[in-house]
Design a protein around this ligand. Structure first.
Ligand code: SF4
Ligand code: SF4
Length: 485
C-alpha cells in the first residue's frame, strides 16, 4: 500500500475508533422493542405510539343509556350469515331445513328473533349474495390487474386451510407435492430480475428481515431422506432451481439472556409463518414451491445457502453471521422453479474477524468450538472451523431450562449480534474497508472490555456453574417480578 493510501486508511480507522470509543455505551443501548426485526425500526415503529397519559380518564367514553346486555353470536354478521348459508345449503348441524320461501317466520332460533327485529338485515343478506355472485363473475375481468393483490391476500389467509402444521408437510414426491395448488395460468413474468425483486418485497411484507436468492447446488441438498417420500437416495429434483432464503432474529432481550431465558422457537415460529405464506404466494403466481423450515423440516441445508444468497458468512461458531443481525440470524428457505436472479455472496470481513475474535469459543460451555486461528477441519469437501455437535447437544441438555432445548450462547456473545444501532452500522461499514486491520482490532478490544462475559462454565447449573446469562434478563421474563416465588 502506498503512503498516501495508508494515511487515508489510518485516518479513517482512527477517526472511527475515536467515535467508537466515546460511544461504546451505545452498544448496550437501543434495546427497545421497536427495532425488534433488527433492520432498523419496524416500518411504522416507535413513531406510531401515542402518549396516552395526558388523556387518561376515569370512565370510558362509550355512553351507557340502559341495562347492559351480553352480545349473542347472531349479532356478529359473519356468524349470522354463516348460519343462514348453512341453512340454504342444507348443512345445518342439527339437520334443520329451510328455504327462502319460508321467510323469517320459518327460521330456527335465534335467527328468527334476530331477523324479526332486524328485517332489513334479512333483505340485505340476499342483496349481498347477489353482489357476491356478480363479484365472482367480474373476477374474470379484473383478475390480471389484481393478480398480485389476490395472491398476497390468499397467502395471508392460507393458515386457515389446515391441516396443521403450517406450512403443511409435503406428501408424495416433490414433482407432485411442490406443484400441488400451483396456478395453472401464470402471467408472464417480465424477467428473473423482476422475479427476485418481487419475491424479496413480498417476503419482507410477510415479516422476513433479510431475504436473498441462491441457486440450489446439489451439495446443499440432504441425501438419504426426502420429505413426503421417506428414506431414499434421490437425485435433486430438476425443479429445485432456486432457494429464496430468508431470516429473522430472535427477540433481542431474551436472546441476550441465553441460555436460560432464550428460546429457538420465537424465531422458528415466525419463520414457519413467513414460509407458509411465501409458499402459497409463489404457487398462486404459478410456480412450484416447497418450504424448508425449522426445527427440522428441511431438505436443504441453510447456512451455505445463506452464504450463496449473499446474506452473510460462516462464523467460527458454525452458523451464518450476517452484517445486520450477526449470529441472531435464523434461516428458512423456499425451493422453487420460479425464474429468479441469484444474488452474489459477500465478503464483509466476518470470516477474517473470526480468526482473531474467538469469543464464542471462549464462552462455549461444552468446549465445542475450535480455537484454531484459521479453519482447518474439512467437512464434505469444505474447510471450516470444527464444531463438536455431540458435546454441544449435551450442553443443551444440561441447562436449568429445558423448554427451548438449546443454548445459543455462541450466537448471543458474538460481537456481530448487535441491534442495528448507529455504532454497529459504523463498525460493519468501516471494518471491512480498513486494510490496516486497526478497526477490527479496536472493536474486538472494546468488545472484550465493555462487555461482561461470565465465562464458559458459569452458564451451567450448579455445581458446575451458576445459571448465568450473557446479558441481563428482561424484566418481563423474570418470574420473581410478577409472581410470589
Ligand atoms: S464470536 Fe467472534 S469468533 Fe465467534 S462467530 Fe462471532 S465474530 Fe466469529
Ligand atoms: S450452542 Fe452453546 S454449547 Fe453449542 S457450540 Fe454454541 S455455545 Fe457451545
Amino acid at each position: 500500500m502506498d503512503r498516501r493510501k495508508f494515511i487515508k486508511y489510518a485516518g479513517l480507522a482512527s477517526g472511527s475508533l475515536a467515535l467508537a470509543g466515546v460511544s461504546a455505551g451505545s452498544f448496550m443501548a437501543d434495546r427497545s422493542k421497536d427495532s425488534y426485526t433488527g433492520w432498523g425500526r419496524t416500518p411504522y415503529g416507535k413513531d406510531q405510539f401515542f402518549n396516552r397519559t395526558p388523556f387518561l380518564v376515569e370512565k370510558p367514553t362509550y355512553q351507557v343509556v340502559g341495562k347492559p346486555e351480553r352480545i349473542t353470536y347472531v349479532e356478529n354478521i359473519f356468524r349470522r350469515n354463516a348460519e343462514l348459508y348453512r341453512l340454504l345449503m342444507d348443512r345445518h348441524p342439527d339437520g334443520i331445513t329451510w328455504d327462502k320461501s319460508q321467510g323469517i317466520e320459518g327460521l330456527p332460533e335465534p335467527l328468527k328473533t334476530y331477523y324479526t327485529n332486524h328485517p332489513s338485515a334479512f333483505e340485505e343478506f340476499f342483496r349481498m349474495r347477489e353482489k357476491a355472485r356478480e363479484q365472482r363473475a367480474n373476477w374474470e375481468k379484473y383478475k390480471d390487474k389484481y393478480h398480485l393483490a389476490e395472491a398476497w391476500s390468499t397467502a395471508h389467509s392460507s393458515f386457515l386451510r389446515g391441516p396443521e402444521p403450517f406450512p403443511a408437510e409435503p406428501s408424495g414426491p416433490p414433482e407432485e407435492a411442490d406443484f400441488r395448488g400451483v396456478n395453472p395460468n401464470p402471467l408472464p413474468l417480465k424477467s428473473p430480475e423482476h422475479g427476485s425483486k418481487l419475491i424479496k418485497k413480498i417476503a419482507h411484507s410477510f415479516g422476513a428481515t433479510l431475504v436473498g436468492i441462491a441457486r440450489i447446488k446439489k451439495e446443499w441438498v440432504y441425501q438419504g431422506s426426502l420429505r413426503g417420500v421417506g428414506r431414499v437416495d434421490f437425485e435433486v429434483p430438476k425443479h429445485w432451481k432456486y432457494a429464496v432464503v430468508f431470516a429473522v432474529p430472535h427477540e433481542w432481550e431474551s436472546f441476550y439472556a441465553n441460555p436460560v431465558y432464550g428460546t429457538s422457537y420465537d424465531a422458528y415460529s415466525m419463520l414457519r409463518y413467513i414460509s407458509g405464506k411465501l409458499e402459497v404466494f409463489i404457487k398462486e403466481i404459478g410456480y412450484s414451491a416447497r418450504s424448508h423450515v425449522p426445527p427440522g423440516q428441511y431438505d436443504l441445508i441453510m447456512p451455505p445457502l445463506g452464504i450463496d444468497a449473499g446474506l452473510g458468512e460462516l462464523g467460527r461458531n458454525g452458523i451464518l453471521i450476517t452484517p445486520e443481525l450477526g449470529g441472531n440470524t435464523r434461516l428458512a428457505a423456499i425451493s422453487t422453479d420460479m425464474p429468479l436472479e441469484a444474488d452474489k455472496p459477500i465478503d464483509a470481513g466476518i470470516n477474517k474477524f473470526c480468526k482473531k475474535c474467538k469469543i464464542c469459543a471462549e464462552e462455549c460451555p461444552s468446549g465445542s468450538i475450535s480455537f484454531d486461528d484459521a479453519p482447518k477441519h474439512v467437512t464434505r469437501g469444505f474447510k471450516r472451523w470444527k464444531i463438536d455437535q455431540d458435546k454441544c447437544y449435551t450442553a443443551w441438555n444440561s441447562f436449568a431450562t429445558s423448554h427451548a432445548k438449546g443454548c445459543r450462547i455462541c450466537l448471543a456473545v458474538c460481537p456481530y449480534s448487535r441491534k442495528n444501532n448507529w455504532i454497529h452500522t459504523l463498525a460493519r461499514e468501516v471494518d471491512p474497508r480498513d486494510p490496516t486491520g486497526l478497526t477490527g482490532k479496536a472493536m474486538l478490544e472494546m468488545q472484550k472490555n465493555f462487555f461482561d462475559y461470565p465465562g464458559a462454565n458459569e452458564y451451567l447449573p450448579p455445581p458446575d456453574g451458576n445459571n448465568k446469562t450473557f446479558g441481563k434478563p428482561p424484566d418481563w421474563l423474570l418470574t420473581e417480578e410478577w409472581f410470589d416465588v
